[in-house]
Design a protein. Sequence first.
Length: 208
Amino acid sequence: MKHKFTTMIMALAAMGALATQANAVTFDFQSNGSNVNLGNTSTFTVGGFSLTASGFLTAGGPTALYAKNLGAGETGLGLAIDPSGQNEVTTNDFIQLTLPTTPPSNFTMVLLASVQSGEQALVYFQPLSSPGTLVGATLIGTITNADGSVTIPAIYQTGFIDITAGAANVLLESATISTPDSGSAVALLGIALAGIEGVRRVLRARRA
């Protein structure tokens, strides 16, 4: 019988673990318009969560964001100052994402699109004390010659995530955050906790 109670506790504990799992919310940066200049700063809201992006020159000073949507591989957030006219991020500028989101959530990754042969995307972390600059920033990811994603480490959840080009020009296709399931997860966690407490009471009664 002891083994059965142990199995029940393990099963209920697993339910509690499932209850803490998160859902993903993805910003595709087209919610404020497509193929349009968004100005220096734009806040994107998806599923009740907001993420603010800003455009800056690497030499210093603000510049305008551009929401580009020209089909597969050519859709994402860029900058209007791109001298090629493609409205993408170049080596002379960068996009800055402000963390945490509103309300606060775990930032899990950024996905870079339109990173083609001869192009390179660089992803940096910058503390809150240094907005609008790449000076002193920490490089946390590089993508070369292929679209891909960069996962943001837990230690970089408060501050700025900066995206620039290491070569040619690139787009920030999307950004993903990890959010708790406020409905079913809470209910499942409650059931798990109640079940574990019930098992504990039975065990105490048997010992008496």
